[in-house]
Design a protein around this ligand. Sequence first.
Ligand SMILES: NC(=O)c1ccc[n+]([C@@H]2O[C@H](COP(=O)([O-])OP(=O)(O)OC[C@H]3O[C@@H](n4cnc5c(N)ncnc54)[C@H](O)[C@@H]3O)[C@@H](O)[C@H]2O)c1
Ligand SMILES: [Zn+2]
Length: 352
Amino acid sequence: MTPHSQIIPVQAPNAEYSIYVGSGWLDVLPDLLAQRLLNGKVAFVTNSTLAPIYGDKLRQSVPGSVVISVPDGEQHKTLDTVRTLYDSFLAAGLDRKAIIIAFGGGVIGDMVGFAAATYLRGVAFIQIPTSLLSMVDASVGGKVGVDLPQGKNLIGAFKQPEMVIIDTDVLTTLPDTEWRCGIAEVVKAGLLRDTSLLDAKIYTRENAVEFISKAVKFKVDIVQEDPYENGVRAILNLGHTFGHAVEAVSQFQWRHGEAVALGLVAAARLSQVHGLCEPNLPYRVESLVKSLGLPTRYKGYASADIRAAMNTDKKRSAGRMRYILLRAPGDPVIVSDVPDAKVISVLDSLRE
Ligand SMILES: NC(=O)c1ccc[n+]([C@@H]2O[C@H](COP(=O)([O-])OP(=O)(O)OC[C@H]3O[C@@H](n4cnc5c(N)ncnc54)[C@H](O)[C@@H]3O)[C@@H](O)[C@H]2O)c1
Ligand SMILES: [Zn+2]
């Protein structure tokens, strides 16, 4: 085990595995594979941004491995790209003992996981998330998939990995914008349960192992309670009903994490307007989000358009909008009796 590292056990349906969080895990990859008795051919799949930086290191870390690269970007998280992956897997001679390792952000994790779940009816899959968002969110929970022109993540599966390896060393090359987007999801975990994550001071790269481990443990707990998204997992949508709507009306000019940050502020305000929480909660959330360099206001869109975009979100139940709100930090509640007028007034209050 490397210094300052953490190993987080996960019990998934029909599978048990570990999430390794720490610095230096990439240097001991063959030892980790041996722990799971994995001895097939290894294929790393990464993207055109990461391959030039990490491709050689990956290839050298596992003798006989291949590195496959696909174009970078959400617009490539498609069945067309998956088809090119199948071709590459066949060309590399991958058989049913093969080990497919996703090395990248959530786009790579989701798409490569889907390819691994379906190639030869499923081969061993390992996640090495490299963006903060994929470390604390996308790589945890077993959901994999791709987008269709009609919508995001419409095709997918549950595929449990053999292990998830979070090597914080790769964060040194992560752009600051992507770093902040990941922090937004960690703050969400703080508001939902682990309130020690509501302190701006902890968010330094030196401290990454600690806060990433906490955020991962939080998501593991929720996913273990509700592996197939029938119940408590819904709380993970805190800030996302607003956030997805802002992403949509901005035609994805807003990054997901930035939209979620604004969504957290909106959820806190709505909680207060709906009489659920103390008046100072929205201020506390807003000043934290702001101090992390994340947006707390929007401009250029009408409140009514954002409200309308919320209707297409998946978070509706029996035709009514369902909101994840807060009674206090660490105490979420699912509410479906919020009048639209309150939602509009909150949206108005956040428009610049
Ligand atoms: N499966 C799930 O449960 C789940 C949960 C949340 C999000 N997601 C999915 O995750 C995706 C978003 O993930 P994301 O925010 O990681 O986006 P991303 O994968 O597009 O990565 C963001 C950018 O950062 C770059 N990057 C990543 N790591 C880097 C590093 N270490 N150094 C330099 N550059 C690096 C990527 O190449 C990319 O350009 C979406 O497709 C979303 O649907 C899935
Ligand atoms: Zn999110």
